[in-house]
Design a protein around this ligand. Structure first.
Ligand SMILES: *Cc1c(COP(=O)(O)O)cnc(C)c1O
Length: 395
């Protein structure tokens, strides 16, 4: 690690990178290896039926979220897609969803042959709320897909009561809120179902996979049938599929689940280091976790305020050159991307404005306290030398 003395020392201008190994915005939890091996043992025991590790994971996750049921899938994407297929009101064509969200959310709508109807977000939470969803509801609304932002939670109570009032199914994408609680209780039981991912970049790492939680028994039966393709009629061709989670991934996720409290407490320490250090830099704001409730402290998101002296893309390029893999927050928003499938045209000025202001900074298992000091230090350096940097970029 070499700190900079002059602007010429910045890696973008030919200096050595601040980090020799890249610092990622993915969580990259590596669970205890022995635990993983132990959970995998049934795979090698011919007396134990295949599927037992997945079943155990489903029980453990239902208990973790305090729900009656959990159904696992090969990915979060297919968990969401199949939940929409099961829940959407038949004969209707639109899904209400935010535009400032997961980059494949509109593709999910395309797979289930529904049109995304993008709604605005609340600038305070960066998430949709009761009012922004309500503005998009019409006689064609088949489902509300409410996505939590990556720091804190969306307006759960407002959305739940809106869905009840309008009699429209409500699915939460709770991937980024897996560990959170709110004033109304633990995430997992709201709406008709909630979707999660156990991809390696998420808080709970199964090296890939996803799951849904719900208290609806009939929905659970339907989802299991769809996932396993067990409705197929072997004498004709139908919409059969296999979207099951495999046993190795379940073993990995079980080991990760055993470690999650420890992991969160380390994330908490990292977050507090960031928070403490960001208090010393002007014109940039850390998006704070609401510590009144249980939270996973996973994502580090900052807002570049109007006074920040460089553009966001210049800032990201400078950081990336230093091997700090900072990323733009959900940008471009979905409604700004070309879509080859049917959708509802959207005009979203709040989303457009917010989509230009936020950055994700490195977080998770492989980021040390010292790394955080260096990351905040370089942001400070960039701020202090912004004029000289802007000149260098021009030439
Ligand atoms: C990662 C992610 C998904 C999809 O999960 P996969 O397991 O990667 O398919 C869905 N929603 C959000 C908010 C995500 O971050």
């Amino acid at each position: 690690m070499s700190r900079k003395v002059t602007v010429d020392d910045l890696a973008l201008f030919g200096g050595n990178a601040l980090f020799s190994t890249p610092k990622s915005t993915s969580n990259l939890l590596q669970p205890d290896f022995e635990k993983f091996i132990n959970y995998s043992k049934p795979l090698f025991d011919p007396r134990i039926q295949s599927g037992s590790i997945v079943k155990l994971l489903e029980q453990r996750l239902a208990a973790f979220h305090q729900t009656e049921y959990c159904v696992t899938f090969c990915s979060g994407f297919w968990a969401i897609a199949l939940a929409i297929s099961a829940l959407a009101i038949k004969g209707r064509t639109e899904i209400v969803m935010p535009s400032l969200t997961y980059r494949r959310m509109a593709d999910i709508a395309a797979w289930v042959k529904l049109k995304p109807h993008f709604c605005e977000v609340d600038p305070k939470t960066l998430a949709m709320n009761e009012a922004t969803a309500r503005a998009c509801i019409n006689d064609d609304t088949a489902l509300i897909l409410a996505a939590h932002p990556i720091v804190n939670c969306c307006d759960i109570d407002g959305l739940v009561s809106l869905a009840k009032e309008k009699n429209i199914p409500l699915l939460f994408d709770s991937v980024e809120s897996v560990y959170e609680s709110t004033a109304s209780g633990k995430i997992g039981k709201f709406g008709n179902a909630e979707a999660f991912s156990i991809h390696a970049c998420k808080l709970l790492n199964g090296f890939g996979g996803g799951y849904l939680t719900t208290n609806d028994g009939a929905l659970t039966t339907q989802l299991v049938r769809m996932r396993d393709g067990s409705d197929i009629n072997y004498t004709s061709i139908s919409n059969g599929m296999n979207a099951r989670l495999n046993e190795m991934h379940a073993a990995m996720a079980l080991a990760a689940l055993d470690d999650i409290d420890k992991q969160v407490s380390l994330n908490r320490d990292r977050y507090h280091t960031y928070k403490h250090l960001f208090a010393t830099i002007p014109d940039i704001r850390l998006v704070e976790f609401d510590e009144r409730y249980q939270t996973g402290y996973k994502n580090i998101v900052v807002e570049l305020l109007d006074e920040w002296p460089l553009s966001r893309s210049e800032t990201v390029n400078l950081l990336n050159a230093e091997n700090i893999l900072a990323r733009v927050y959900y940008s471009p928003p979905l409604h700004r991307k070309p879509m080859t499938f049917p959708h509802v045209d959207a005009v979203l000025p709040v989303t457009d404005r917010l989509a230009k202001r936020y950055l994700n900074l490195p977080c998770g298992q492989l980021v040390t306290e010292r790394d955080i000091e260096d990351i905040v230090w370089i942001l400070h350096f960039i701020h202090q030398n912004a004029n000289a940097i802007a000149e260098r970029i021009q030439t």
